[in-house]
Design a protein around this ligand. Structure first.
Ligand code: C2E
Ligand code: MG
Ligand code: MG
Ligand code: MG
Length: 287
């Protein structure tokens, strides 16, 4: 009996492994065609300056409209693209497309684009970024690049050389998801980031004393190193007020807007304006 169970257990295991593998192969094959089939799209989420009470820019977040699966999350297809050698191509497409759209935005709104650590292994990264700007006419001062801590697991000298080149052009370099990576803080003193984005996992539950302690520590670190701290993942007015009280100035999260298609930008700007107007009203009626 035990033998039979063992055998049946094995039989159950085998097909599910095969299914997972087939599923992955299928997704891989589809992703290779996604660019030419025009299935990739960029959504935009605003980040907001709490003192100016206005949108300071938008983060470009990739979406994949799969013909059968619907919207596939970048959390799924970006790691896949990195693994199968597609991220360079997809990354350049995202930079060009987002820069072209941002060149038409009103005022001096910043475009923020995520760069994968894998893109830093490409010899043409700096040239690709410069070309995207040249083609679109977007000023380098209006382009922010977001990198993560895992970048510094690779060749640190190469990474620093690339970041230094981009920054000397006037681009804004931000450390994304800060506090979730390998947290060797040495790179913060070796490279002058313009901003630190504290990871949303710490913002999500600031009522936990240990999360609040990390938020405070990161804001303090940013202040000491003269790197403004952006908070992401803000969903409630309570979180907004706590972060402002801690000295955080730039904010991003569903409270202001979810990431939305490019056509929604004028509406997002109007909604954020309305949000601050009602905040001011609330503050007045309390006083
Ligand atoms: P990220 O760069 O840290 O982007 C922030 C993520 O948090 C986005 O997820 C955004 O939708 C989500 N988010 C923002 N505010 C809130 C909030 O208030 N609550 C919650 N629960 N979530 C919030 P998304 O769009 O699914 O992107 C996931 C990740 O995929 C990004 O994390 C980034 O690492 C990667 N990614 C997206 N687009 C690109 C790209 O063009 N290139 C590269 N290399 N990576 C990208
Ligand atoms: Mg980001
Ligand atoms: Mg992030
Ligand atoms: Mg993230």
């Amino acid at each position: 009996r035990a033998k039979a169970e063992g055998r049946s257990g094995y039989r159950i295991f085998e097909p599910s492994m095969r299914e997972a593998l087939n599923e992955r192969r299928e997704l891989e094959r589809d992703l290779r065609l996604a660019l030419e089939n025009d299935e990739l799209e960029i959504f935009y989420q605003p980040f907001v300056h709490a003192d100016r009470q206005a949108v300071s820019g938008f983060e470009a977040l990739l979406r994949w409209r799969h013909p059968r699966r619907g919207l596939v999350s970048p959390g799924v297809f970006i790691p896949l693209a990195e693994e199968i050698g597609l991220i360079e191509q997809i990354g350049v497409w995202a930079l060009r497309t987002a820069s072209a759209q941002a060149a038409n935005w009103p005022g001096d709104l910043i475009l923020s684009v995520n760069l994968s650590p894998v893109q830093f292994r490409s010899r043409t990264l700096v040239a690709d970024v410069r070309q995207a700007l040249a083609r679109s006419g977007l000023s380098p001062r209006r382009l922010q690049l977001e990198v993560t801590e895992s970048l510094f697991l690779d060749d640190g000298d190469n990474t620093l050389a690339i970041l230094t080149d981009l920054r000397s052009d006037g681009m804004i370099i931000s450390m994304d998801d800060f506090g979730t990576g390998y947290s060797s803080l040495g790179y913060l003193s070796r490279f002058p980031f313009d901003k630190i984005k504290i990871d949303q996992s710490f913002v999500r539950d600031m009522t936990l004393p240990e999360n609040m302690a990390i938020v405070r520590a990161v804001i303090g670190l940013g202040r000491a190193l003269k790197m403004p701290v952006i908070a992401e993942g803000i969903e409630t007015v309570e979180q907004l007020r706590m972060l402002r009280a801690e000295g955080c100035r730039e904010m991003q999260g569903f409270l202001f807007s979810r990431p939305r298609p490019a056509g929604d930008l004028p509406r997002i700007l109007a909604e954020v304006q309305a949000f601050w107007a009602s905040e001011r009203e609330a503050a007045h009626s309390v006083a």
